[in-house]
Design a protein around this ligand. Structure first.
Ligand code: SF4
Ligand code: SF4
Length: 109
């Protein structure tokens, strides 16, 4: 069980606020949600995930975010491909099925 899942709702909320304050999504070329309904950030957070507004992948700057380093993330585009854990599951599934990992991730969007 991940650390997030063991947290109380209050701890999760506190952690989300920390992630939001460090998040650099609003400076990203793919970020188009500003001012729209559901224009949240911190897409990598377990209770967030994919954006309802962002669909075009025009670059992802998550790799330069302090949260990315702290969490030892290896994937990207949390706003379009969902959180790290789900992307890793998709990658594992693709490998088992002998599919292209890239095609598999795109199909799940
Ligand atoms: S890793 Fe990406 S989605 Fe997560 S807080 Fe940083 S910039 Fe935002
Ligand atoms: S998750 Fe990555 S691609 Fe999406 S807005 Fe944030 S930095 Fe940009």
């Amino acid at each position: 069980m991940s650390e997030e899942m063991k947290m109380s709702p209050e701890e999760m909320e506190k952690r989300l606020k920390m992630v939001e304050s460090a998040c650099i999504c609003k400076g990203c070329p793919s970020y188009t949600a500003l001012g729209k309904e559901d224009d949240y950030i911190a897409y990598c957070f377990p209770t967030r995930g994919e954006s309802k507004n962002i669909s075009d992948e025009k670059g992802c700057i998550c790799g330069t975010c302090p949260v990315y380093a702290e969490m030892d993330f290896i994937t990207a585009y949390y706003c379009t491909r969902s959180i790290e854990m789900k992307q890793k599951e998709a990658i594992a599934e693709a490998l088992w099925k002998g599919h292209s990992v890239w095609d598999h991730l795109k199909r799940r969007r």
